[in-house]
Write a protein of this length. Structure first.
Ligand SMILES: [Zn+2]
Length: 251
């Protein structure tokens, strides 16, 4: 039966991941409901149902539009597959506990933010405002210990980024700060501080690698959102293990 549910959450994640792609692409341009059908960004032709199957359509069409042969961004299948796999991991990790709901919401928000930030260098306020009350409700049905740690977490997340923004004179944006406020509610204060630290480590390592392999240019700004996504997921799933490892190794 577990296999059945794992498949169920995987497929649910694939389908929702496809939807998150659309939300992440359209919300910053305020056109979420302007066009009902998905279309090719190159030739603007509406896509048929068989061109919208998550991951599979991309693979069958070898990453190109069937009509104009324009290149389709690998971001689409990566978001779909990532959401599918992570949804399955969430079920594997939590089963049908209330925390499963918080976990699925977290993956959903991060998927949308990943798309928006990579595409437009923007973390949309409207996405954060949608998820904020959902996470607050989630922390009532699946509380952290002690119960107030999400509140302190939200404040800590915002203050930490505010300090960095002032110190670095705009190295990070207000969008990053608001995102950490929301993440603080999900993670609690200790883990949100750790999530920021790990995000910067990912950011430094991956940016250096991309610069060294000449995949990005030195002058071009790099969106920080993808590193926040990686950092907060790492801490959400492995935060307790990381704290234990740190405490037993150094004290
Ligand atoms: Zn096309």
């Amino acid at each position: 039966m577990t296999i059945f549910y794992l498949c169920y959450f995987f497929i649910l994640g694939l389908i929702l991941g496809s939807f998150f792609n659309v939300v992440g692409m359209r919300v910053p341009r305020r056109q979420l409901f302007a066009e009902n059908r998905s279309y090719c960004p190159h030739c603007r032709r509406s896509l048929q149902w068989f061109e919208l199957i998550p991951v599979l359509s991309y693979l069958l069409q070898k990453g190109h539009c069937r009509h104009c042969r324009g290149r389709i961004s690998p971001l689409y299948p990566v978001t779909e597959l990532g959401t599918g796999l992570l949804f399955a991991v969430c079920f594997w990790h939590f089963g049908f506990q209330p925390e499963l709901l918080v976990a699925l919401l977290l993956i959903s928000m991060l998927a949308i933010i990943l798309v928006s930030d990579l595409r437009y260098m923007e973390i949309p306020d409207r996405v954060l405002l949608l998820f904020l009350p959902l996470f607050l409700a989630g922390r009532i049905i699946s509380p952290l210990d002690p119960w107030w740690t999400p509140i302190i977490g939200g404040i800590a997340g915002v203050l930490q980024l505010a300090a960095i923004i002032i110190a670095s004179r705009g190295g990070m944006g207000a969008g990053d700060m608001k995102l950490f406020g929301v993440l603080g509610i999900v993670l609690g204060w200790k883990k949100v501080l750790l999530a920021f630290f790990i995000s910067t480590v990912y950011g430094a390592v991956i940016t250096l690698f991309l610069l060294a392999s000449k995949r990005i240019e030195r002058k071009k700004p790099v969106p920080f959102g993808p590193f926040i996504v990686l950092g907060s997921l790492t801490v959400y799933f492995f935060g307790d293990k990381l704290f234990n490892w740190y405490l037993t190794s150094f004290f």
